[in-house]
Structure formats: C-alpha cells, structure tokens
Write a protein that binds this ligand. Structure first.
Ligand code: SF4
Length: 328
C-alpha cells in the first residue's frame, strides 16, 4: 500500500473542496476500497472520509423512503420500514458479505463496490482491461464460472457483486448525487454502465461527485417481494445467480411485477422483457418460465458458466411461484 493522506469531511461542501484540491477518493466503510489500495489496484493520494456525514432513513411525502448514503448496510436491513415495505431489500442486504462487513459497509459504498473478478485482483501478471485498459481479459478463456452471461463485451465479462443493488434495481431506485457542479439524480438502472469497449468506466459518476442518498418509491409489489441468492456456499459468497422480485395479483391477473437479476451481468440486471410478458397475465409456472426464457434469449455463456442460463431460468420461476402461490 502506498502512503496517502486521510481527511474527515464535516459536510459535503468540505468533501468537494478537499476532493477538488487533491487526487482523492471518498471513503465510506472501506470494505472494498481499502482492499483495492492494499493490492495497489487503486492508489488515491487522499481519502476523504464521508462515513460520518448525516445518514438517516426517512419517509418521503409520497410514501417512499429516502436513505442517506452513509447509512450502514446492517442498519438499513434491520429498519422496520424496510423490512415491512421492502422485504426484498432487507433480504438482499442480509444475503451479502458477513455481519461484520455489513456493520461497516455504507449504502453509497455498496453501490460503488467493484467487481470481484479474480483476474482483476491478480496483479502478478493477469491481463485485465478493467484494471489496465488495453491489456486484455484473462477471464474470457479462463476460469469464468462467476462471470457474466448478459451484457458483457469482448473486453470484459465481469459481474457486479452487490446484492443490495439488485433489489434497488427492481425497486426503480433513484440515486441522488452532489458535486462541485451542483446536485442531480440518476436512476440506478442508468448509474452503472455496461463495459463495452471501456470496462474501466463503471458508472456515470463525475469527478468529485458524491452519492448523498438513495430514494425508493412506495409500491404494492415492493411490499410483496423476495430475494433469493444461489451461491456455492451458504454464507460469505457472491451470487452465481440471484433474483429480486415483487408481484401483485388482482382478479387472477398479474397487476404489477418487478424482477432484477444479480450474478449474471456487469450491472444489476432489470428483467424488463420478462416483466412485460407477465404483466396482465394469469400467474402460471409455464408463463414464468417463458418470461425467463425471453429475458435470457440474449444470454451468451462462456466455457464454465453455461449452467447460469438454466439456473437463472429456474430461479426466476421459483421466486415468482413462491410469491404467487403457483408452484411447479
Ligand atoms: Fe478484468 Fe473484466 Fe476480464 Fe475480469 S472480466 S479480467 S475484470 S477485463
């Protein structure tokens, strides 16, 4: 690890002022950034600690929630409103990492965490376009069991590691940003970028910008929701496939449905095609599978992760079946 300066910001304005003067990174819980610094993958000249900025969870006038970026993951998962009105979000957070890490990790940091592709972390000679643009990608012909089947490119096939963000994608979350040029809001669906020819560009965050809050709207589907994570071991493992879904049924027809997938793409993957097929239809297992098939038609698996296509298909159908009481 290289020497760096450490500052604690009292408010966002001070954070921007420091960030403007130095080649700095904002520090939340440090559960990913510090690892990256230890391995010399990231080497900021300064860390601006924003973990003590005000972090609250508040009701919005339209019945949703405004969640401060500095809120700890464990606090968010345990919040009574989240558990009652957004169970998929609480369960997604609890499915991630360990209790100790969730106690440290912040909402803003979770959104900005970087891939866990092993080649990205291997600085002893592995080729990685995300870490060293233009160097190549050793995952494509390597051990790609954990890699993407949707949205990847010939330059990078890494997956986004967050569980929380999968639920936020299904919930249509909005990210509030603040920076030297002012404030703005971006849908979570538009915040993370697909790799294309530039896998080193992961988000639309501009230099000096800080995530200040995440907003989720009220919705009946959110209140009747689930998160299921399929992984190699039952704890402290990243998803092979995960599904966040919420469904409401009225008069025997699916009224509202939200589905997002994790572990299969470089960003939290909103399953819009599957939702479109299901909306207004009777809940049936055959229809759940057909919707999953439609979502997965563009899947492009690699040598070691072809199983993810069928696993995603079955997990989508199983979660929707559980939520609607229509089992296989
Ligand atoms: Fe790097 Fe992406 Fe290839 Fe992994 S998949 S080695 S992160 S370029």
């Amino acid at each position: 690890m290289r020497p760096f300066d450490y500052r604690r910001a009292a408010d966002p304005a001070e954070a921007f002022a420091i960030a403007g003067r130095e080649q700095a990174r904002y520090l939340g819980g440090g559960t990913n950034l510090v690892d990256l610094m230890r391995q010399n993958i990231e080497a900021p000249a300064a860390l601006i600690d924003v973990s003590r900025l005000p972090g609250t969870i508040e009701d919005t006038p339209n019945g949703g929630l405004m969640i401060g970026a500095a809120v700890r993951n464990s606090t968010l998962a345990a919040h009574p409103s989240v558990r009652a009105r957004y169970p998929m979000l609480s369960r997604a957070i609890l499915a991630g990492a360990s209790a100790q890490i969730r106690n440290m990790a912040t909402v803003g940091g979770n959104i900005l965490q970087r891939t866990r592709c092993a080649y990205f972390y291997d600085t002893t000679g592995a080729r990685c376009n995300k870490r060293a643009p233009g160097s190549g990608c050793d995952a494509i012909d390597g051990f790609n069991r954990y890699h993407a089947i949707l949205g990847a490119s010939e330059h990078c096939i890494a997956t986004h590691p967050s569980d929380m963000c999968v639920a936020l994608a299904a919930l249509d979350a909005t990210i509030h940003l603040s920076g030297p040029a002012g404030t703005r809001s971006v849908k979570l669906a538009d915040f993370h970028q697909l790799p294309g020819a530039h896998p080193e560009v992961e988000t639309v965050l501009q230099p000096g910008e800080l995530i200040t809050a995440v907003e989720i709207a009220a919705s009946p589907a959110a209140a009747h929701s689930e998160y299921r994570k399929v992984r190699d071991r039952s704890s402290y493992a990243f998803a092979l496939v995960s599904v966040a879904a919420g469904v409401t049924v009225a008069g025997g027809r699916i009224e509202d449905v939200r589905i997002a997938l994790g572990g299969v793409a470089p960003k939290p993957w909103r399953a819009a095609k599957a939702e479109e097929i299901l909306r207004g239809q009777a809940p049936e297992q055959a229809r759940f599978l057909a919707a999953a098939d439609a979502e997965l038609t563009t899947a492009r698996p690699f040598d070691r992760n072809a199983f993810k296509v069928e696993l995603a298909r079955r997990t989508i159908a199983a979660v929707l079946g559980g939520l609607t009481g229509v089992q296989a």
